[in-house]
Ligand binder design. Structure first.
Ligand SMILES: [Zn+2]
Ligand SMILES: [Zn+2]
Length: 120
């Protein structure tokens, strides 16, 4: 199997997963950014993203207790703050180009792909 396929599959998986908990979070919480208070609806709604309070993207309790709805800007800021505290590492700089949110947590999967590539 080609690495590209694997990568695409992982990407798709991440997107599907994020859609899943995002949909749930949007049902649980009002469509308002938890940080700046901006309201979202219709077309704007895609700018409202799900943040994991403990920064563990595997931790998705059905009651939504680990989620916070943040707009893309505040979400970015939240992660910057987190990094400042010494968590997270610098490896997700490549996600700053935009659209990082859909692939949140992907950086933790990348080392596994890297390992494969060292095989030759
Ligand atoms: Zn905001
Ligand atoms: Zn987040």
């Amino acid at each position: 199997m080609k690495k590209e396929d694997k990568f695409e599959r992982i990407l798709r998986d991440m997107v599907e997963k994020e859609k899943g908990y995002r949909a749930r979070a949007l049902k649980l919480y009002p469509h308002v950014c938890g940080s700046c208070g901006r309201e979202f609806s219709g077309k704007n709604l895609k700018e409202l993203t799900v943040h994991h309070k403990d920064h563990d993207h595997q931790n998705n309790p059905p009651d939504g207790s680990n989620w916070e709805l943040l707009c893309v800007y505040c979400h970015d800021h939240e992660h910057e703050k987190h990094k400042m505290k010494g968590f997270g590492g610098a490896s997700d700089d490549s996600f700053k180009g935009g659209g990082f949110n859909a692939f949140e947590g992907l950086d933790s999967l990348l080392p596994a792909i890297g390992k494969d590539e060292e095989k030759d």
